[in-house]
Design a protein around this ligand. Structure first.
Ligand code: FMN
Length: 251
């Protein structure tokens, strides 16, 4: 057994399922906030209503069978806001929300419906959106501008070791986790569920993208601290968990 496996085995041991775990929820702690931390309710950019969109109605079996990781994008083709809206809807869209508990039902499953993610977008080519980083405000289906300009996109690209598909993507999705939303209910077990949840989200992005002529490459190789720093995250209460580059497929 290698030292990496020993670290992994310890992680697995420390996150075994137990009904007895004295989680914050069992101890009567208040529900964690379902809103993204520190976001102003103003300056939001509304997205077109995805439920009214005719895009993306494709044969599921064909979509699944033809999906590949796509690393070359048409650098002359921008995404429309309607397409971006649909991709955000199909990856994190809120179908139902309880204001009291923050419990939401979305287009993806999540352990205990805790939905621990906040989505950031590194936008290079989306019609009518200036280059920069935006946060998706899921319960409003709107975008919050975070930082404009090429520089932050360069930092994010560098954090992935300058992977070409990130440097040329129309949009790179950056999913961040707020672990307390899940550990509130599941304790240390949450740290397994976060990664399982993230897989569902990225798979939905793969399939949704395929249905509108876009391609995706999942990105797991990145410098966590550098991505967190670029997004202003502390790396503990909120941290990057997964990324994916996306663009119109090159001919
Ligand atoms: C968790 C995960 C992390 C990945 N990270 C990267 C990455 O950093 N860079 C990359 O080029 N591909 C990455 N990939 C894509 C895989 O290389 C790809 O899925 C695999 O080669 C199989 O090819 P296919 O997706 O076309 O079937 C990742 C895939 C997964 C599921």
């Amino acid at each position: 057994m290698d030292k990496f496996d020993r670290v992994g085995a310890e992680f697995i041991r420390n996150s075994l399922y137990s009904h007895m775990e004295p989680t914050p929820e069992k101890q009567g702690a208040p529900f964690p906030d379902y809103l993204p931390p520190n976001y102003p309710d103003s300056d939001l950019i509304p997205l077109p209503d995805p439920t009214q969109s005719n895009l993306g109605h494709a044969d599921l079996r064909q979509i699944i069978e033809q999906r590949r990781s796509v690393r070359r994008y048409d650098e002359n083709a921008a995404l429309s806001m309607e397409e971006l809206s649909l991709l955000l809807w199909l990856t994190q869209g809120v179908k139902k929300l309880s204001e009291k508990t923050g419990r939401s039902l979305r287009t993806v499953p999540s352990a205990g419906a805790r939905h621990p993610f906040e989505t950031f977008l590194a936008v290079r080519r989306v019609e009518s959106l200036p280059i920069g980083v935006y946060q998706f405000i899921a319960h409003k289906h709107a975008l919050l501008p975070i930082s404009s300009g090429e520089e932050i996109l360069g930092q994010i690209g560098a954090a992935t070791g300058n992977q070409a598909q990130v440097l040329t993507a129309a949009v790179t999705f950056i999913w961040t986790a707020l672990p307390y939303r899940t550990s509130f209910r599941y304790g240390a077990r949450a740290y397994r569920y976060l990664f399982l949840d993230a897989g569902h989200v990225c798979q939905n992005l793969h399939l949704a993208a395929e249905s509108i002529g876009c391609g995706v490459c999942a990105i797991g190789a990145y410098d966590d601290e550098a991505v967190n720093a670029a997004l202003g995250l502390d790396g503990q209460q909120q941290f990057v968990i997964y990324m994916a580059s996306l663009g119109k497929k090159a001919a």
